[in-house]
Design a protein around this ligand. Structure first.
Ligand code: NAP
Length: 298
């Protein structure tokens, strides 16, 4: 267990977002207590209750999840245990102790058939087990506690963990040509920006001067793109570091079959989070450049 100097409980502290939350908490002057999966398994309902009762944080941020989109198709019971059953238990304890919970969710709750950006109230229709288990997790949060923020984001990457940017950086060294899907549209969002948004919201909802607006919120960086353009921009950036990069060919999703279907459009409309919490958002390329720099200079 790592203890900082504030009163927020972070779950899933070893993940992309969880790690950045732990790193950024001091800058927001909050007392952060962060648990990795080995330190606190969120499916252990008794242990979760014991810790919450002892710690009594002002806010819980749940960044723990089963995020293996394709593997979830083969392991639905694990996906549902972590993404639905554990949040249900968490929500019940938070309700009992009157602790607000910020619960992370995903663009993959949508089917991608909408032509514009998705609003928070648009109907959900996930295409795979991961998305369905996350959608079920949202539902149990809404049903079991009043003080909640469901925070949906998309295409997360960081300088650590499993993500598209790190895969592209590895493949840049290994391959001269790559086929990348060009018919899925979304917004890459770096984990550090997400952590800052979560910490800002956490501070706002524990500030007693205003009655917070609970509910579901979308947060991503600005300016939608495709996986193909995401790869091309990463490679352009690598060329600035005099690295050789592969040629990118765009392909349709049909030529890159995966066990789980992905939405063709998962762009999230983020007007509400900007309006309610004044959360800053930047062009995804800015975050991408920072993470590339971090990886190449470390
Ligand atoms: N990644 C994306 O592109 C993306 C997109 C949209 C939304 N999201 C959502 O954003 C949130 C954070 O995602 P992320 O990218 O940071 O995910 P991540 O890197 O996969 O991190 C998730 C963390 O949860 C931990 N975890 C898994 N099962 C657990 C359990 N039973 N008890 C405690 N911890 C457990 C994992 O532990 P281990 O490290 O031990 O495996 C991992 O550290 C999730 O809710 C995810 O659904 C992610």
């Amino acid at each position: 267990m790592r203890t900082g100097k504030q009163k927020i409980l972070i779950l899933g502290a070893n993940g992309q977002v969880g790690k950045e939350l732990s790193k950024r908490a001091d800058d927001f002057e909050v007392n952060a207590t962060a648990f990795t999966r080995t330190e606190l398994d969120i499916t252990d309902s008794q242990e979760v209750a014991r810790i919450l009762e002892n710690l009594r944080p002002h806010t819980v941020i749940n960044a723990a999840a089963y995020t293996a989109v394709d593997d979830a198709e083969k392991r639905p019971e694990v996906a549902y245990k972590v993404n639905r059953d554990a949040p249900e238990n968490l929500a019940k304890i938070c309700e009992k102790l009157s602790i607000p919970i910020i619960h992370m969710s995903t663009d993959y709750v949508f089917d991608g058939k909408k032509s514009g950006a998705y609003l928070e109230g648009d109907p959900v229709r996930p295409l795979g087990i991961y998305g369905r288990s996350k959608e079920a997790g949202e539902a149990v949060i809404r049903d079991n506690t009043e003080k909640y923020i469901i925070f949906r984001t998309s295409w997360v990457y960081a300088a650590h963990g499993n993500n598209f940017l790190r895969t592209m950086m590895r493949l840049a060294n290994e391959r001269s040509e790559l086929n990348i899907v060009e018919d899925q549209c979304g917004v890459p969002t770096c984990a550090v920006d997400i952590a800052d948004a979560l910490l800002l919201i956490s501070k706002r909802i524990t500030n007693n001067t205003l009655e917070p607006l609970w509910g579901t919120f979308h947060y991503t960086s600005r300016n939608p793109t495709t996986w193909r353009s995401f790869a091309e921009e990463i490679f352009k950036e690598l060329q600035n570091y005099k690295m050789s990069v592969p040629l990118v060919n765009g392909i349709p999703s049909s030529q890159y079959p995966t066990p789980a279907l992905r939405p063709l459009n998962s762009v999230l409309n983020c007007d509400k989070i900007e309006r309610v919490f004044s959360v800053p958002r930047r062009d995804w390329k800015e975050g991408m450049r920072e993470v590339v720099a971090q990886l190449l200079t470390n």
